[in-house]
Design a protein around this ligand. Structure first.
Ligand code: ZN
Length: 288
């Protein structure tokens, strides 16, 4: 019994010390900071990929600036987008939202609706417009190119929207549907549209009343630049627009199916029966 007292004293003192130290640690702000250093939220953001090279830069862009996007910034206004993924096999990497194409003189050619495309396809479209379409429009239609009228770009679906069909290149953000273009102010050429809307008049690529020379030249340039070109005559889904894509096929096989339709034959109004004593004018209809 007498041994219990001297044993209990030395045991109690270290306990008190521990309590004091623990209290001091809990109260001292300096020590608390040392124990739990706050993570700096700015650090991961600073290491995010830089997008400075992009002209219409989007600070929210999460994807790295690819070599393609660096090139594209020279002749297009676009916003980098995050990777597209699914459902199924749909998806693409290095994707952009293409808003406009910049001509060599920096004229801005807007799309009628932004197109979601993989960068390589956006580059293909932009160069087609800048290097071929703009010059052809001025030369063949007599007015400057002022805008594009486009339909679809990325959409996860089967070819021609047929259930069970092979996946369309649209599902890879690798296809672009274009209906036509808009003209700027005519520059005096008699071939420019003259009625009602000299500024903004639309030219449909599939319309037979549009200059055949223009449509033929545009078809040739499209079939040189893209691996697939579908227009009138390819199937019933492409009567009112042109589909272009960069599908990769074995042996670099290309598909160029766009019938440039003949301009409509002027309707010949039947002449009244010649009156006795007069000769009918030579009224043979063209193409007969
Ligand atoms: Zn299409």
């Amino acid at each position: 019994m007498s041994l219990q007292k001297p044993q209990s004293r030395p045991a109690l003192q270290p306990m008190r010390l521990l309590c004091v130290v623990a209290l001091a640690l809990a109260v001292s702000p300096a020590l608390a900071e040392k124990r739990a250093p706050a993570p700096k939220p700015a650090a991961p953001a600073a290491s995010a990929p830089a997008t400075a090279a992009q002209k219409p830069s989007d600070p929210k862009a999460e994807t790295a600036t690819s070599a393609c996007q660096q090139r594209l910034a020279e002749f297009a206004a676009f916003t980098p987008l995050a990777e597209l993924s699914g459902p199924g096999q749909c998806g693409a990497t290095d994707v952009v939202r293409l808003d406009a194409i910049l001509l060599k003189d920096k004229t801005r050619i807007p799309l009628s609706q932004p197109a979601t495309l993989r960068c390589s396809m956006a580059e293909g479209v932009a160069l087609w417009v800048r290097d071929d379409m703009a010059a052809l429009t001025a030369a063949e239609l007599g007015a400057p190119l002022a805008g594009l009228v486009n339909y679809e770009s990325y959409e996860c679906r089967g070819q021609n929207r047929i259930a069970g069909a092979r996946m369309s290149e649209h599902g890879r953000a690798n296809a672009f549907d274009i209906r036509g273009l808009r003209l700027g102010s005519p520059n005096g050429s008699p071939t420019a549209p003259r009625n009602s809307k000299p500024n903004g008049a639309m030219v449909e690529f599939t319309s037979p009343i549009v200059s055949k020379g223009f449509r033929e030249a545009l078809r040739k340039s499209a079939c040189t630049r893209f691996t697939t070109v579908l227009g009138p005559g390819s199937d019933r889904y492409h009567e009112d627009h042109i589909h272009v894509d960069l599908a990769e096929r074995v042996n670099h096989y290309r598909l160029c199916q766009w019938d440039v339709r003949e301009p409509p034959v002027p309707v010949t109004v039947p002449l009244p029966m010649p009156r006795p004593g007069t000769r009918a004018e030579a009224g043979t209809a063209p193409g007969r």
